[in-house]
Design a protein around this ligand. Structure first.
Ligand code: SF4
Ligand code: SF4
Length: 49
């Protein structure tokens, strides 16, 4: 599903790698831990780990 901009992934990201402007955008600080993908209520994030 598409990101609904809830901000949940921003809260759980350890490295502050996600910014939400209408929808979530993962920046270069991502360490691909996969936590955001696990917490996203609509499964909008896929991280290859
Ligand atoms: S996979 Fe990347 S964007 Fe997602 S929580 Fe981990 S560091 Fe943050
Ligand atoms: S990617 Fe998922 S958790 Fe992050 S803002 Fe979008 S809907 Fe919410």
């Amino acid at each position: 599903m598409d990101c609904v901009g809830c901000g949940q992934c921003v809260i759980v990201c350890e490295t502050d790698a996600i910014k939400v402007k209408g929808r979530a955008v993962i920046t270069g600080d991502c360490i691909e831990c996969g936590v955001c993908a696990r917490y996203c209520p609509v499964k909008a994030i896929e991280v290859s780990v």
